[in-house]
Structure formats: C-alpha cells, structure tokens
Design a binder for this molecule. Structure first.
Ligand code: ZN
Length: 208
C-alpha cells in the first residue's frame, strides 16, 4: 500500500499569498489538492488530505502517523508571491536530493511542463536553503518549516506567482487548477507505477 499525504496550503491564520483581486493562495490550492487527491485515489493510492489545523498541528499529525505506518510521501502545493511582479513560473522543493521526494519532484516537473515556464528549477535543496538564509528577499516561508520538520519524504510544489498578473489570472480559473492538480497526481502516479513495476520479476515462472 502506498500512502500519500497532501498537506494543506497555509491555515486560517495565514492564508498565504494573494492575487490583486484578493483570492488567497490557500483558497486556490484547495481545489488543486482536491483534483490531485481524486486522481490519486482513482489509481488506488491511499491519499489523505485535510484542510484544517495550523502548520505545527499538521507537521505533528504527519509525524505521528509516520510512527505507526509508513507514510510514503507528503506533498504540499503552494503559490508564490514576489515584489518583482514579472517573476513567474513554478518550482519544486524537496529536502533530500537522493530521496523518493526528488524522484517524484522530477516526474511532477515533467508533467507541469505543459505550462511552458522557462524558469523551472530543479536544484531544489539549494534554492530552499537560499530562501531560508535570505528572508528579506524571499519573504517568510512557513512552507519551508513544514518541509524541514517532516519525517517522511516530502516536497513542495510552487505552481504559480500570484504577484504576476498573468499567472494569477491563469490560476484563478478553476479548469486550470484542475489541470495542475491532475498533473501533480500524474507525476506521483508515474513514480509509484515504476516502483511497483520494478518489484515484479521481469520474467514469469513456469506456466502451469
Ligand atoms: Zn505558501
């Protein structure tokens, strides 16, 4: 059994980044998560998503769960904001370059290429560290605390910049958020299909 946790994006006290119209990152991520969860469940991957609790509750909840059962992967979808309004694109972050998370991140990145962003970065650990070390440039990033504190393979997918008007309009359309959620799910599914494929013997035994 594969257990995937989709973390919520921010909480009631911190709704995350905002579009000019006041749509919050938390609101926008919710439908992305629901679309992602539906597709993962369809493929038989047990997927938990709960849109409640604050950051520390959710870190603790995931860590508690991973003590009693194997949590294969925790993923959070976020959206970015930058004072530089032309900044655009998505990127993925994970903490351990050699882990499952990195392999899944690469699959998701491949699936998100339909958005044709040029500034996709996969050198994720460095990016995350830089972010933590220069909060003035990047702002505060509770999502990174989440990434750092969780004791199972975890990754964050930042899918758009809400400070970029074009991207904000794009992600405000429900059908585009469904596309993104399903692309994230496809990346995860591809990884676990490869894993289960590798677990089967390549040739069958004697047919009886
Ligand atoms: Zn966020």
């Amino acid at each position: 059994m594969t257990l995937i946790i989709l973390g919520q994006c921010h909480d009631e006290n911190d709704e995350g980044a905002k579009t000019k119209e006041g749509r919050t990152e938390r609101y926008l991520a919710h439908t992305i998560n629901k679309a992602c969860q539906a597709k993962l469940l369809d493929e038989g991957l047990l997927t938990l998503y709960q849109n409640k609790g604050n950051l520390y509750q959710r870190v603790d909840a995931i860590n508690d769960l991973s003590q009693t059962m194997k949590v294969d992967l925790a993923v959070e979808v976020h959206m970015n904001s930058s004072p530089a309004q032309e900044r655009k694109g998505f990127f993925l972050m994970c903490w351990h370059t050699s882990s499952t998370a990195m392999r899944v991140a690469k699959k998701i990145a491949g699936e998100l290429r339909f958005m044709k962003r040029e500034d996709l970065g996969l050198n994720l650990v460095d990016h995350a560290r830089r972010w933590i070390n220069s909060p003035k440039e990047y702002g505060s990033a509770p999502s990174l605390t989440w990434l750092e504190d969780i004791r199972c393979p975890s990754l964050i997918v930042e899918v758009a910049h809400l400070s970029n008007e074009k991207e904000a309009h794009w992600i405000e359309r429900l059908e585009n958020r469904i596309l993104v959620g399903e692309a994230v799910a496809r990346g995860i599914i591809e990884h676990y299909l490869e894993v289960s494929d590798a677990e089967l013997p390549a040739t069958s035994g004697t047919v009886t």
